[in-house]
Write a protein that binds this ligand. Structure first.
Ligand code: NDP
Length: 401
């Protein structure tokens, strides 16, 4: 029986709060706060209609440490679940330190003026969380999140050692729009247009954005082109599972998405430096976000499935083995259950599960932790029970690319 404060009323916040309300034994008291209270109220109304549970709501600017700390003092939660944007990670962590409350998020901090996903700023808070006797759990979404737990699960149950790890993120969904992103467009476009980096033999290998393409036949989705990208869990996995010689991350994109993105980049609309427009500064990418569909609005029209998982090759009892572990999530099923499409669903459910791990004491610690530092088993059990079932297959051999 615990009180939780969720910050961020987007698609991910909506799913997490719906799923918390469906587990009142763990989440006995839920407050949802965001920059605009109207969005929180709309989610609270959907939760009430679906589950009968009352979610309290509040308005907060989470960039403001004092205001966030004041809200935490008022609500007195056991845990703050940060489902706002990566820009707010440090200010919400500071507010948690100020008020003595545990912290969880799904995406690592990123400075607004630089598309740079790195854990260094959040890891630097480890000693302060430890000294305060508090726990911060970073990256409890799907990727990062479930994909890192999948890796530790394979290491615990199927392999003595992982040599290579490939994370494959496929969204086979169709939302019927010419161009839209499935989560926050600003964060999504910054991520996709960044230089691709993977980890190999103890060093980072950089390649131009979207320059490495492979076709892969995804179960229940079919063949898709996927592209090598940088993704933040590579940094934490190479730190916490240092035996892995190569870690790569792949994401699927359709040709129409890439064509639009190329044009938007060529005309300067994805720039994150300010330009002067009618006498005032605007950031082109933030303006673009304002004219694109809100990810949360794509739910009713999106159909198809996501398939996200890990392929790990390593050694078991002296023999080389390769395992593939993945989840398939249906956009329409996710929408029916929570009013949100599968990209929000696959992030919001693990956020709820990570919160449950902390609130029930299944995962304990003092300091700042990544998700792969804990026992995967109780988290994997909850994935099966709460809408994200997974399967493991042994493959004939390692990936040939
Ligand atoms: P949205 O943009 O839909 O939602 C973000 C919410 O945060 C909005 O309600 C927004 O308010 C609110 N917000 C923004 N700034 C502030 C602020 N200063 N103070 C208070 N609230 C604020 O994003 P998503 O729901 O799609 O994503 C949420 C998080 O999940 C992001 O950090 C994203 O990177 C992460 N994510 C992680 C994934 C994973 O697998 N690990 C996958 C997908 C997303 P407003 O509506 O007013 O703008």
């Amino acid at each position: 029986m615990s009180k939780v404060l969720v910050i961020g009323a987007g698609g991910v916040g909506s799913v997490a709060v719906h799923k918390m309300a469906m587990n009142p034994d763990i989440f006995s008291d839920i407050t949802l706060a965001s920059r605009r209270i109207a969005k929180c109220d709309a989610i609270a109304e959907s939760v009430r209609a679906r589950t009968g549970i009352i979610v309290k709501t509040a308005e907060v600017d989470a960039d403001d440490v004092e205001a966030t700390a004041a809200l935490i003092e008022k609500v007195k939660p056991a845990l703050v679940v940060n489902l706002a944007l990566p820009y707010q990670d440090l200010s919400i962590m500071e507010a948690c330190l100020k008020t003595g409350v545990n912290y969880l998020d799904t995406a690592n901090y990123e400075p607004r003026d630089e598309a740079k996903f790195e854990y260094k700023w959040q890891w630097a808070l480890h000693d302060r969380f430890k000294e305060a006797g508090l726990m911060a759990l970073l990256g409890s979404g799907f990727d990062p999140g479930v994909t890192s737990v999948f890796a530790t699960y394979l290491k615990k149950h199927h392999l003595d050692r992982i040599d290579t790890l490939d994370i494959l993120d496929c969204n086979g969904g169709d939302h019927g729009q010419h161009f839209a992103t499935n989560f926050n467009p600003e964060i999504n476009i910054r991520e996709v247009t960044a230089v691709a980096r993977h980890w190999e033999n103890g060093q980072w290998v950089e390649t131009p954005p979207l320059s490495h393409k492979q076709s892969f036949d995804f179960d229940q989705v079919g063949p898709k082109n996927m592209y090598l990208m940088y993704h933040e869990e590579i940094e934490s996995l190479k730190t916490h599972l240092p035996e892995i010689k190569r870690i790569r991350f792949w994401m699927t994109f359709g040709d129409a998405y890439l064509k639009h993105l190329e044009v938007l980049q060529n005309v300067g609309m994805t720039r994150i430096d300010p330009v002067i427009y009618e006498g005032r500064e605007i950031i082109p990418l933030q303006f673009l976000k304002a004219v694109l569909p809100e990810p949360a609005s794509l739910g009713p029209t999106t159909h198809g499935k996501t398939n996200i998982g890990d392929i790990a090759t390593g050694e078991k009892d002296g023999a080389q083995k390769t395992f593939y572990i993945y989840n398939i999530c249906d956009h329409e099923d996710a929408f029916e259950e929570t009013g949100n499409q599968a990209v929000s669903y696959t992030t919001g459910v693990p956020a709820m599960i990570g919160a449950a791990m902390m609130l029930t004491g299944s995962w304990k610690g003092e300091g700042v932790f990544n998700i792969e530092q804990f026992d995967p088993d109780p988290f994997m059990d909850m994935l099966n029970k709460h809408g994200l079932p997974w399967q493991v297959k042994e493959l004939a051999g390692p990936l040939e690319f």
